[in-house]
Design a protein around this ligand. Structure first.
Ligand code: ADP
Ligand code: MG
Length: 425
């Protein structure tokens, strides 16, 4: 079957999205491929479809159990044979599963990168007829990515076992620096790189400065129809804000990593099914949760980094309909930043981070591949923008303005600039 036939037969979709068909063709031609698509852009299909075209099994490296489960369930529903190894599975169970991957007709094996530490797993992989190695959330391979997971480096071990098998790395993170790092760490040969614009046309980013953030939150929740997500920085706040929303007649719930596992799942499901309208959560909630109709993502506290902000706000509007990312800040947030900033002078590590975040920032603002491009390396960057200059950039010049976007702990840019992003109507 051709790619288009497989897309139609198993997924019921009539056409590929921009870039998907090119990425799939590249993989089918046996190229190592790096695919940079925004959140919700449809990265999964980029490895799932070619793996269905080819004989053999596709090994998928994935960072989160929730993510693996979602995908394995999704594939099974389509009648495709997929399995995953989870923590907590017995040794015998894993043994049988790996045997099935060698002798059975399993099409997808999902693994956490940590599994590659196991000699047994690596040995069994060597007997498998692997058609593709897919590395999902591939920014985890880079220490410049905001979610570095050292075991991701072990992917190169499968490469050694199956040197002829192409690798497809997928991520929504796309600074030139991280991009190069991924290609290097995964030992890419003549890699093909596909970059899609990171501008989200249907997503409006708004920064609101208001001393009474709670009141503002209610305003937003009452004015924007549909499902929403509210991010806060600590666990206690999640329950407090959820309670506050409930008192205002809004079906809200909360979620953080400390909530009991079964309970967490139920809460997530209720929100997905729109029984709960607004979920208040820490950043433990989100990665891999594919809810298409999220209409707003509100940040009640400043996010960890601009990159984290892009990911978190990006959970709104996956269905392409008008949605909002709203960042609420007040004077004390800004003061805290100023103090933090005043107390720190960037170290070389900071500079590297800044480089990283700036890269993302510009891609976010202008869309990757358009506008400014950041092709120079750290040394060059430091030469052009010496420490003092960076301090000035991130310092008073921007502090005078009334809205802020955090780029790292102590570096921020004015929200005014961000306002233009994806705000086209
Ligand atoms: P990503 O991993 O890039 O965040 P996913 O692979 O989870 O995105 O896909 C996001 C959503 O887009 C899914 O609901 C998926 O079914 C849908 N999708 C992907 N490709 C297509 C397509 N060609 N046509 C229609 N829907 C698609
Ligand atoms: Mg994905």
């Amino acid at each position: 079957m051709s790619e288009a036939e497989i897309l139609k037969r198993y997924w019921g979709f009539d056409s590929f999205r921009p870039s998907q068909d090119e990425i799939i063709a590249s993989v089918l031609n046996g190229n190592d491929t790096l695919a940079l698509l925004p959140t919700g852009g449809g990265k999964s299909l980029c490895f799932q479809v070619p793996a269905m075209v080819m004989d053999g099994i596709c090994i998928v490296i994935s960072p989160l159990v929730a993510l693996m489960k979602d995908q394995v369930e999704g594939l099974k529903e389509k009648g495709i044979n997929a399995v995953a190894i989870y923590a907590g599975m017995g040794k015998r169970e894993i043994d049988i599963l790996l045997d099935n991957c060698i002798y059975g007709n399993i099409k997808f094996l999902y693994l956490s990168p940590e599994r590659l530490l196991s000699e047994l797993v690596r040995e069994r992989i060597s007997y498998m007829n692997v058609n593709l190695i897919a590395v999902d959330e591939a920014h985890c391979v880079s220490q410049w990515g905001y979610d570095f997971r050292p075991p991701y480096l072990l992917v190169s071990a499968i490469r050694e076992i199956h040197p002829e098998v192409p690798v497809l790395a997928l991520t929504a993170t796309a600074t030139q620096f991280v991009r190069n790092d991924i290609a290097e760490k995964l030992a890419f040969k003549n890699a093909k790189v596909f970059v899609q614009s990171f501008a989200r046309k249907n997503l409006s980013y708004v920064v609101l400065n208001d001393e009474d953030k709670h009141r503002k939150l209610i305003d937003i929740v009452k004015n924007v129809k549909g499902s929403g997500l509210v991010y806060v920085r600590n666990r206690r706040e999640t329950s407090e804000i959820a309670l506050f929303l409930k008192r205002n007649g809004i079906a809200a719930d909360f979620y953080h990593a400390g909530v009991e596992k079964d309970d967490r799942f139920k809460r997530q499901e209720d929100w997905k099914r729109n029984v709960t309208r607004v979920m208040v959560a820490t950043n433990a909630f989100g990665m891999g949760i594919d809810k298409p109709d999220v209409r707003f993502v509100v940040h009640l506290d400043l996010p960890e980094s601009l990159e984290a902000y892009y990911q978190e706000a990006g959970r709104a509007g996956r269905d392409g309909k008008r949605s909002y990312g709203v960042l609420l800040s007040n004077k004390s947030d800004q003061m805290a930043l100023e103090v933090k900033y005043a107390n720190s002078f960037p170290t070389l590590d900071e500079i590297k981070k800044i480089y990283h975040y700036l890269g993302n920032y510009f891609q976010l603002a202008f869309g990757a591949g358009e506008g400014l491009s950041f092709n120079f390396d750290i040394a060059d960057f430091c030469k052009r923008f010496n420490i003092g200059v960076i301090k000035t950039i991130a310092g008073l010049k921007f502090l005078e303005r009334d809205g802020y976007i955090v780029l790292s702990e102590n570096i921020f840019l004015p929200s005014r600039v961000l306002f233009t992003v994806g705000n086209e109507d």
